[in-house]
Design a protein. Structure first.
Length: 174
């Protein structure tokens, strides 16, 4: 820090340069006479005499600190109210969300029940159609067998007039 001052600095040459104007404390006759200007007694700055008594210089700082404290308390109170309101809104959103989920669960249960009923109806119809198909297959098989027998009889009947013409089929009278 001392290296920042140069040797040509006027403060280093004359430390009392402020008194160069000719004024000295000895030139003023009222300088050494002390007369209190205020009727108020002087109080200690340590605050040990009376805790309620403050200096005029401390009042603005005290008022300022009180004002700052009240502003901080007001901010804290507003933040607390805001947080409570936010928490209340959050709880309301959560409650609405849960209610929506419950409604969806109820709708899905109803839809599931309807789908299960429809599935049971379709399975019943499918079983009835399978049973009917099995019956129709059996009936087809029986009808084919009867048709085959009828065809054989027709063929036999058609061949019968020719069979009498064969010599081996001739009946001899005895």
């Amino acid at each position: 820090m001392l290296s920042a001052l140069s040797s040509s600095d006027p403060l280093l040459l004359n430390p009392f340069s402020a008194l160069d104007g000719g004024f000295t404390p000895w030139d003023c006759p009222d300088f050494f006479t002390f007369e209190p200007t205020s009727p108020n007694p002087v109080t200690s700055s340590s605050g040990s005499d009376d805790p309620n008594q403050t200096h005029a210089e401390e009042k603005p700082a005290s008022e300022e600190s009180n004002r700052v404290a009240s502003v901080m308390e007001e901010r804290k109170r507003r933040r607390m109210i805001s947080n409570r309101e936010s928490a209340r809104r959050s709880r309301m959103r959560k409650q609405r969300h849960l209610e929506n989920l419950r409604n969806q669960v109820n709708l899905f249960r109803i839809e599931n029940r309807d789908l299960n009923n429809g599935l049971q109806f379709l399975l019943h119809c499918c079983n009835r159609v399978r049973t009917e198909n099995d019956w129709l297959r059996n009936e087809r098989t029986m009808l084919r067998q009867k048709l085959s027998e009828i065809n054989q009889m027709l063929v036999f009947q058609q061949l019968q007039p020719f069979s009498s013409a064969w010599p081996c089929n001739i009946i001899t009278p005895e």
